[in-house]
Structures are given as C-alpha cells and as structure tokens.
Design a protein around this ligand. Sequence first.
Ligand SMILES: Cc1cc2nc3c(=O)[nH]c(=O)nc-3n(C[C@H](O)[C@H](O)[C@H](O)COP(=O)(O)O)c2cc1C
Length: 210
Amino acid sequence: MNTLESLKWRYAVKKFDNKKELTQTQINTLKEAFNLTATSYGLQPVKLLIIKNKELQNTLVPHTWNQRQVLDASHVLVVCVPKSFTKEEVAKYFSLVKNIRQTPDEVINPFKEFLTNEIAQKSQEELFLWNKNQAYLALGNLLTVCALEKIDACPMEGFNPEKYDEVLELDKQNLRSVLVLPVGYRAEDDFMKDLKKVRKETQDVILEYN
Ligand SMILES: Cc1cc2nc3c(=O)[nH]c(=O)nc-3n(C[C@H](O)[C@H](O)[C@H](O)COP(=O)(O)O)c2cc1C
C-alpha cells in the first residue's frame, strides 16, 4: 500500500477484535515512533503509558465515556504531559545535547539561557497548554505510523483525565493524562469498518498561493 492508501485504510475504530494482540515488535515500533516525534525546541515534554492489562482496561471503561475500545483493544496508549514543568527540564535537555553531540558550552549557553527564561515567564497552566500541544503532535504521529504499519487505532479525548490520573496514579509520576489511543485490530463486525470516509473536498481545505 502506498502512503495515501494506508491513510485511507485507517479509521477511528469503534470496535476492536478482543481476540487479537499486537506483537512486541509492533509495540516497539510505536514506542520508537513516539520518541521520534518532533517537539517544540526538542524538549519532549510528553510520556507514553502502555497498558496491557484487561483488569485495568476494564476499570478505565467508565472513565472513557463507556467506550469499550479501551477494553477490547490489544493495548491502550495514554499520552501524558508533566503536571509540573520546570527549568530543570531545559537543563536536562541541554545536558543530553552535550552528551550526544558534544556541543561546546559556548554554543549551548546562550540558547539555554533564552529557553530557561522563556519557561520561567510562563505559568504552570500556560506550560501545561504548551505541552498539551506536543501531546497532540505525538498522537498525530502515532496515528500515521499505525496506518503505515497496519495497526488499528482510535484517537480519543472522550475520557475523564482526572479519573485516569487517579486510577493510573499519575500524580506520583508528576504526570497528567491528555490523550488515549487504544491500538490493536478492527473487529470484523465493526459497523464503521466499511463506511466511506467523510472529508471535505481538498480544494475546500487547501489554499494555494502561487
Ligand atoms: C483528538 C481526537 C479525539 C477523538 N476522540 C474520540 C473519542 O473519544 N471516541 C471516538 O470514538 N472517536 C474519537 N475520535 C475520532 C474522530 O471522531 C475521527 O477521527 C473523525 O470522525 C474522522 O474519522 P476517521 O478518523 O475514521 O477518518 C477522536 C479524534 C481525534 C483526532
């Protein structure tokens, strides 16, 4: 399948086949793809939880507007961002740059100072919203990779983040849940499976300035 065929094959799965499981190789591809997502300044203020535990998945159903996909899916991915985001994250990022690229301090320091100030000027709520944008980007990347890898998925914001945070004890990890992505295989009798895609005409969503 070429890229566009894969993207047309993908749809938001309403019913997963609860008998089929993804392989560890497939999950590893998703892990790597998540980590390769572009983020603002490269700070990677996102974490991915991977749940494969039917009991836990069942507990999450009522906190997901009773959407059964989180129970029937092979794995449930939860994209999270830090609850509290501080300049320490900037320091960690630059020490990683230094380790990996051996970038000298005189190159790093001005940029580090700029970014540290940027973070210091923003409230935790502003930083949360900024980081949340990165979570959506990660979700988009995962969705495309799923399509290319023939992994079925359903992007979800129809869940109660506070309840997820409570059940998954995310507070302890300084995390907040932002998005949910059950992954696995579409059920043969998913009513959405063979429906036509509903999309505007491309000329209605694209403006070309030549
Ligand atoms: C951010 C986001 C949140 C979504 N939340 C849900 C959800 O909670 N439950 C669901 O069944 N579908 C959800 N969807 C799926 C959309 O309804 C679906 O992507 C859209 O109707 C287009 O259909 P398609 O993805 O099948 O092409 C969500 C999609 C996105 C991008």
